[in-house]
Design a protein around this ligand. Structure first.
Ligand code: AMP
Length: 121
C-alpha cells in the first residue's frame, strides 16, 4: 500500500536523510538501527514502499522476501558470526512504528566479531 507521506525509510533510500548504510542493492537496502537493541542491529528494507509489513510483502512479492532473508544471512556473516535473530514487528500492537516492510537483524556478535552481549526481547 502506498501512503501519502514517504516513510522515514523511503527518505533514507532517497538519500534525503543520512543512515549508516551497510548494503545497497537493486531492490534492498540495509543500515544500522539508530536505536540498537543488540550488539549488531541492522534493518533490511525493500526499496519499494508498496508493502506495509512482512505479511503484505510475503503475499505480494515472495521472491523479494526470500531475497531479504538471504541478504540478512549475508550481512550477519559479514558483520557478525553468522548467527542472527530475524524480527518482523507486524502491527502497532506488536511494536511496529515504521509502516514500510523491514526486517530487524539482531546478533550478539557485533562489529569486529564475537562480543559478550545479550539480545533484548
Ligand atoms: P519497527 O518498530 O519494527 O517499525 O522498527 C523501526 C525501527 O526503525 C526502530 O528500531 C527504530 O529504531 C529504527 N529507526 C527509526 N528511524 C531510523 C533512522 N533514521 N535510522 C535508522 N533506524 C531508524
Amino acid at each position: 500500500m502506498v501512503t501519502a507521506e514517504p516513510s522515514i525509510f523511503s527518505r533514507i533510500i532517497a538519500g534525503e536523510i543520512p543512515a549508516d548504510i551497510v548494503y545497497d542493492g537493486e531492490r534492498l537496502i540495509a543500515f544500522r538501527d539508530i536505536n540498537p537493541q543488540a550488539p549488531l542491529h541492522l534493518l533490511v528494507v525493500p526499496k519499494t514502499d508498496r508493502y506495509r509489513d512482512v505479511v503484505e510483502l510475503a503475499a505480494g512479492d515472495p521472491e523479494l522476501l526470500a531475497e531479504l532473508v538471504a541478504t540478512a544471512r549475508l550481512l550477519a556473516e559479514q558483520h557478525g558470526d553468522g548467527d542472527f535473530r530475524l524480527v518482523f514487528n507486524t502491527g502497532a500492537g506488536a511494536g511496529q512504528t515504521v509502516f514500510h516492510a523491514h526486517a530487524h537483524v539482531l546478533s550478539t556478535a557485533g562489529r569486529g566479531g564475537l562480543e559478550e552481549g545479550t539480545l533484548v526481547d
